[in-house]
Each structure stands twice: as C-alpha cells, then as structure tokens.
Design a protein around this ligand. Structure first.
Ligand code: ATP
Ligand code: PAU
Length: 798
C-alpha cells in the first residue's frame, strides 16, 4: 500500500535540501518500519554523529551522492522509480560519498550547535526519522512529524540533551561510549588504508593490520581520562582498566602551572622545553653514572619534577616551556607504562592508542612508544591511528543501521583535505557554501588562513637531549601544526563500488605507486615539477570551461587549493596517508573536480576527436585492405601511438601545440612508413629536454592503467631504436632475467640507469606466431630473445 503526501519543505536557500514532495510510504501500515521513498530527492543527504567528551566534542558526518541516473524518474516508470517492497536505501547505487570530521571544545558547545545548524546537518538526519515518525502517525502534518535525532556518545550525550532539543529541535539517541570507541577503532583498522602506524624516534611507519588477525588488541583511549579496553572482536570487549591521569590532567594542570590559554599553546610550549630543567635523572642521584644493574642509565628520568625538591625555587622561577614538557612526558610515559602492564596482564602484544590527547604530536607518540618498548623489553609495540580522536564519534555514527552505510565497511576510504567545508578546525567562517562563488570566496579566506595554520612550529634545536637519553629527531614529524589545525584529518572519501584492476593477482599487495615519495629528494623534486606545471594546467582548465572570467577565478582558486595541499604535504608528507606520486596526481584531479572542472583536457580532446573522426573512414578502409597480420600490427601500433598522448608531459604538450595528434599520426604514416615515428619524436624531445620527469609521469600513467598483473617493483620498459620508438611495459624481474642471459653470453656488462630514470630499453616485436620477441638494448648491450632481430642496435647512450 502506498500513502502519499504532497507536502514539501522549502529550504531552497541552503544545503542540503530535502525534497519530500511525492514522498511515499511503501508496504503496509502494519509494517513496523515501512520505507519512505523520496522520489524527488536529489541533494546529498547527510548523517551526523557526535561524541561529546569532557574536553572536546567530536563530530562526524557523511554526505553521499546517489546515482541519479538510477533514480531518475523521467527515465523510469513509477513502479520502477519507487522500487519494489524490498526497496530501501541500501538499494541505491553508491557513487561515492564523504565522511567529514570536525571538533569543538566542549565548553564552547554553542559553536558546535551553530555549525550543525549552519550546515543543516540535523536536517539531514531527518531522512532517518521519517520512517520512524510516519509509522507512528499519519494524521499529523509532515513538518510536525519530523523529529530528527542524532547519534551521540560520550558523557555529553547525557548532559546536553535539553540543549540540543532546545536549540536544534533534535532528540539525542545515546550510544554507549565504550561500544562506540571499540566500533570506531575496529572500523578504522578494517576500512581505512594506512590508518595505523608506529612512531619511533620521530619516524612514522604505516602498519597494515591483517583483518583476519586483528584481535585481540588493547585499545587505550586517551581523552580527558584514559580508558584501557581489551578488544576481542566486533562488539566483544572489556574495559580492563583506566586512569584518571590523562589528557585532562595535562591540559588542566598545565593551564594552572603555565597560565596558558589553550591546549595548543601548552603543547607548543613543550616543544621548546628542556626536560633536564625540572626532572630528576638517574645520573642526578647516582653522581652521573648508570645504574646498569637494574637496567637504568644515567639519562633515564628517575623522578618527574624531582629537581624542584632540592632547588630553592618558586613556580615563577621555572620556565613555562620546561614545565609543559616535563608534565607532558610524565603523563604520556605513565600512560604507556600502565597500558603495557595491562597488555602483560592479558598476554596482548598489540596496543593501539587513540584519543584526542595524542593530537598526532610526535613527542607524545615517541614517549608512549618508548615506555612500551622499555617495559616490554622490545616485545610489544605501540601503534597509533590517524583518526585517533574520532573513535567514539565514528562508532556512534556506525550505529546508524538503517542508512545502508555498509559500503563504508567494504570499500576503501581515502583521505583528502577538507576543501569544501566553510570552516577550519571547527571554526565557522561565514555561511554554508551554497554555490561555486561561495566556495571560491571561502577558498580565498582559506588560503589566507591556511598560511597561518600550516606554519610549522619548530622543535627544540637539533641535538637537544630528550627523555631516556634519546636525541630528538629533526624529522618533519616533530612539527606541531599550530593554531586551529587541531585536526590531523580532513575528509575521507568513499571510493565508489567500481572494482579497480579486476585482473590483479593480489589487489591487496598491489602498489600502484612506482615512485616512493618518502624520499625527501624525490618529494622535493616532484613538488617542484607539479608546481611548475600548474600554470599550464590552469590555462587548459580555464580554456576547457570556455575561458570566461568565472572560469579564470575558478582556475586561480584551484591553483591556490592545490598549492595549499602541496605546502601541507611538504611539511607533513604522511598527512593524508602514505604518499606516492599517483596519490599526488589523484589529489590534483580531486582539486580540479572540487572547482567543477569537469575535464581540463576537454577542448584538446574535442579537437582531437573531431580530427580523428574525419579521418576514421579512410583509416578503417586502409586497415581493412591489409593482410591479417599487418592489420593487427598496425592496430597495436596505432593504439600505442595514441596512448602516448595521454600523459600530460610538457614535451608532449609542446608537440601537440603545433598540430593535432591525428595530423602527426598521418604524417608519420605517410612520410615515414612508421606510425610511431610521432612517438619517436616525442621521446627524442623528452630525452633532450630538461624535464626527465616526463618519463616518470608517463610511466606512472601507463603502469597505472595498462598492466593487468603488475608486480610491485615493475618498471616501464622503454623501447627506442633508430627506426622508430615505442613503448612496452614489462616486469622488472623479466628484464633482469633477460639482462642476466645477455651478460652470460658475454655481452658487455649492462648498466641499470636509475638516475636517468630509464631502467631498461627493450624493443618488442610481434613475431610470426603472434607472440612477441624481445630485443633488449641497454646502453651498449644488445641481446636477443627467442628470435634474432636483424635491425641494428641503437646508438643510444643512457
Ligand atoms: N584543542 C584542544 N582543546 C582541548 N583539549 C585538547 C585539544 N587538543 C587536544 N586536546 C587534548 O585532548 C583531550 C581530550 O581528548 P578527547 O576528546 O579524546 O577526550 P574527551 O572525550 O573530551 O574526554 P573523555 O573521553 O575523558 O570524556 C584534552 O583533555 C586535551 O588533553
Ligand atoms: C570517564 C570516562 C570514561 C569518560 O570518557 C573517561 O574519562 C575515563 O576513562 N576516565 C578514567 C577513569 C578511571 O578509570 O580512573
């Protein structure tokens, strides 16, 4: 049975808009939870969950894009539009969505309420309550029935019930805090790639935990207080211990002792502190010597704040920096130690630390790691989470069962910086984004603010001794993002249900990044390249949107946004997870999309498509007239030649500035009898141009799209010779084997050129039997595989 309402709520001036016109109840009145179909709903629907803690409110919300073509009522008969009785939100086709993370100070709860209200997140939750409310009574007018509710956990879910009701008209649906913490942690470990990491001596290293071997682990949530939870499975856990000496203690006591106004200020102070000023060391007691008999060295701290006993000093005589550091060390070390003792109690080796106290702060994580390492004698290791502070909020969020977010569990989520939100670190800047102009204006503000936000606060000078005698590393991880950048996280993007590379032997271990940007030199090199390419890309993007003033503004905003990302990543390369070149290129695409550039290469593609279509009949006739073998050969050549233009390199761009691809293609076919002469020309230009990186962009693209079963260390094999140039892809092991055999046959020793960015030069020729034969050229080395090739080796010198 269907009951229809004609009521619609007009919120046309803001997002998200909920269009309930034509809303229909599906099924029978007797059904407990009949589904509501909103056939005309076209905007994102957001879902919201909160974790209201003693110090901070953490907010997680999700917005998704439904596949409108599936629900497009113009294309489908009514019955299909609203589906069958099994229709529910789960039957929507996912095209992706975003999970956003924001935090506010609990004492400033009104800011949080304003934020929710400005983004109308509480109305998004309404899509859930519809089904509940309507099943209760159908005689009420629709707006009156809408009693949205929000999922909330933490103590505040109890404390602020009335405030939420009064200000937002929402009812809080309380979730158990520990349940939420565990659900959030399990979710992060399962669904997010590069979520967990170790942090030792300033070095962050991502750990991929096997989903089938995740439990048990000890979850230590360091909030205001500390909860220690033994997790044995999904929903299977026990809070085995806790301590009231936690983040609240550091912030509370620190504020009293230093008169700091904010947590960040206190944390920043600690970075300039000297641990030796107040803490008493073993050496202070043992006349500068170790107490090795019990495993203590002179540089171990014997007593936190111990020096203050004997020195005849008042509080004012100590530097706030030193107090902050000693306090931070005392509390973090103590938490690490208590946690380890609990791990020992239950024989658990894996310890995962969360909670907002950690703040991605290098010193905090290093100290916890030290404590665990020291007391376990290296047997146990501390791990941290990138979304450390949002476990509870995420868990509460996941407890929404009805909105079909199962996708979140089964798909990978990747992190991007929150470009689309009108706030920075919880502070609202102006109205919610309504249209592109708002976004651009906000972006201008964001960029100004961004410089402030991402300015790193330097650590103590290199060489200063930290606790436990460890020299503080000067790694990037030692920077604290200052000011509002309380979020070490931004927006998680849900990748749509498209399977990537379905033929990969083992998708889990497949690493599409052939260039590892953890190497600082590589990182700088690529950042320079991408920055230098930016003006050219902006020009193309602007042209692709008609070259109007608006397009130019959009282009400038895109450039600002992308540059801001690059600046942030330069300071903290792992800010969005492990970073490879492919991620950077993807990030650039993301930014373009953010500013509604559908396709920066659109005009070029249009031009090429038109030219191609004009000559297609001729080309097909030509191909048809060939012998079978030649035809196949020509088609392969043509495909490879065309592919070369898909890499966006400067040399290539220069080339097609002077003519269309098809012209080059035709010219090469006619004049040189080799369709790939065009590519030869490109390679020549690439090899002679300064930007050897073009090879890498090319390789990245080709390897990312063309290989069916690539190996982790595979490289592009480039073929270059006198008579033409082409490219084949191959596996490094294969190439090595070929080279080995070549060397055994007394060919001159081969040289693997990494710096020149060409590893191998291989020529691949289609054999009579339809297979390929290889001719490997590496510098002076020439060798044959399978069949002898008569052509002369190239005079190529790498
Ligand atoms: N910007 C900040 N303002 C205040 N505290 C911060 C900030 N950033 C980090 N912290 C630290 O994080 C702690 C709060 O962590 P978290 O939000 O995980 O706990 P909580 O939920 O507020 O507390 P609890 O779970 O004990 O109720 C604070 O006590 C403080 O030590
Ligand atoms: C009371 C909670 C659970 C509130 O989040 C937290 O602050 C905590 O775990 N405190 C430590 C309490 C104790 O076990 O001594």
């Amino acid at each position: 049975m269907e009951v229809r309402t004609n009521t619609s709520i007009d919120r046309s001036c803001s997002r998200p808009q909920l269009n309930v016109s034509g809303a229909a109840i599906q099924g029978n009145f007797e059904d407990r939870d009949p589904s509501i179909v909103l056939p005309n709903q076209s905007d994102d629907i957001s879902h919201l969950a909160l974790d209201i803690g003693g110090s901070l409110i953490k907010l997680v919300y999700f917005s998704r894009h439904e596949d409108r073509s599936v629900n497009d009522k113009r294309k489908k008969p009514l019955k299909e539009k609203i589906g069958t009785s099994s229709f529910n939100r789960r039957s929507y086709t996912t095209t992706g969505g975003k999970l956003h993370f924001v935090n506010f100070e609990t004492r400033k709860i009104n800011e949080c309420l304003d934020f929710i209200s400005s983004k109308q997140l509480h109305l998004g939750a309404l899509s859930l309550s519809l089904s509940l409310s309507l099943s209760l009574s159908l005689s009420l007018s629709l707006p009156a029935m809408l009693i949205p509710y929000e999922q909330a956990t933490g103590g505040g879910a109890f404390k602020f019930v009335d405030l939420f009701k009064e200000k937002l008209g929402v009812t809080i649906d309380k979730e158990d805090e520990m349940d939420s913490l565990v659900a959030g942690a399990n979710f992060l470990l399962k669904a997010i790639f590069h979520e967990a990491f170790t942090h030792v001596g300033g070095q962050k290293e991502f750990v991929q935990i096997d989903h089938n071997d995740m439990f048990p682990y000890l979850l230590v949530n360091i909030g205001s207080g500390v909860s220690i939870i033994k997790v044995d499975g999904d929903g299977k856990f026990q809070r085995v211990s806790g301590t009231n000496v936690g983040g609240g203690t550091y912030w509370g006591l620190g504020r009293l002792l230093t008169k700091c106004q904010s947590f960040d200020e206190l944390l920043e102070l600690s970075q300039r502190g000297d641990i030796k000023a107040i803490d008493m060391f073993v050496g202070d007691i043992y006349g500068g010597t170790d107490y090795s008999k019990i495993g203590l060295s002179a540089t171990n701290i014997a007593s936190s704040f111990g020096k203050a006993i004997s020195e005849n000093k008042e509080l004012e005589d100590y530097r706030a920096e030193d107090i902050s550091l000693s306090l931070l060390r005392m509390i973090t070390y103590n938490i690490g130690q208590i946690s380890y003792l609990n791990a020992l109690r239950f024989g658990i080796k894996r310890m995962i630390f969360g909670g907002f106290f950690i703040r991605g702060h290098a010193y905090t994580m290093d100290t916890i790691s030290n404590a665990v390492h020291f007391w376990s004698k290296g047997e146990a290791q501390a791990m941290f989470l990138r979304h450390e502070g949002f476990l509870g909020a995420l868990g509460a969020f996941l407890s929404y069962e009805k909105h079909g977010l199962d996708d979140l569990m089964t798909h990978q989520l990747v992190e991007r910086f929150p470009m689309g939100a009108p706030y920075v670190g919880g502070r609202i800047h102006g109205q919610p984004l309504g249209n592109l102009n708002d976004k651009i204006t906000w972006m201008e503000k964001f960029v100004q603010k961004g410089t402030e936000i991402f300015a790193p606060v330097p650590m103590v000078p290199k060489g200063t001794m930290g606790p436990e005698g460890l020299e503080r590393s000067s790694s990037k991880g030692d920077y604290l993002l200052s000011g509002d950048a309380t979020l070490n996280v931004g927006v998680l993007h849900l990748i749509p249900t498209l399977e990537v590379f379905p033929l990969l032997a083992d998708p889990k271990t497949y690493e599409p990044n052939t260039i590892d940007l953890s190497d600082q030199n590589e990182l700088e090199y690529w950042f320079t390249i991408l920055s230098e390419h930016l003006p050219d890309l902006v020009d193309k993007a602007v042209a692709s949107e008609g070259g109007t003033d608006v397009a130019r503004r959009k282009g400038d905003s895109f450039a600002h946004a992308f540059s801001a990302h690059l600046a942030r990543l330069m300071e903290e390369p792992a800010a969005y997870g492990k970073l490879g070149l492919a991620n950077l290129l993807e990030l650039r695409e993301d930014c373009l999309r953010e500013f509604q550039f559908v396709d920066a290469y659109r005009t070029i593609k249009q031009r090429e498509n038109e030219a191609s279509l004009a000559v297609l009949p001729d080309l097909l006739m030509e191909l048809d007239s060939m012998s079978e073998e030649n035809r196949l050969y020509s088609v392969i050549e043509g495909v490879l030649a065309a592919n070369i233009f898909d890499w966006g390199s400067r040399a290539c761009v220069d080339l097609y500035h002077n003519g269309s691809i098809i012209e080059i293609y035709r010219m090469s076919r006619n004049k040189m009898q080799r369709p790939w002469q065009a590519s030869k020309k490109i390679f020549h230009m690439m090899r002679t141009c300064d930007n050897v990186d073009d090879f890498d962009i090319f390789k990245e693209r080709m390897l990312g799209s063309a290989c069916k079963k690539p190996q982790p260390h595979r490289r592009a094999l480039l073929f270059v010779d006198n008579s033409g140039a082409d490219i084949v892809l191959g596996m490094l092991p294969l190439a090595r084997e070929l080279l080995r055999r070549g060397t055994e046959r007394n060919h001159p020793p081969c040289q693997v050129v990494n710096k020149g960015r060409i590893d191998f030069v291989v020529r691949m020729v289609l054999g009579d039997n339809g297979g390929f034969r290889f001719r490997v050229l590496m510098g002076e080395l020439v060798m044959e595989e399978e069949e002898e090739d008569q052509s002369q080796p190239s005079d190529l010198k790498l």
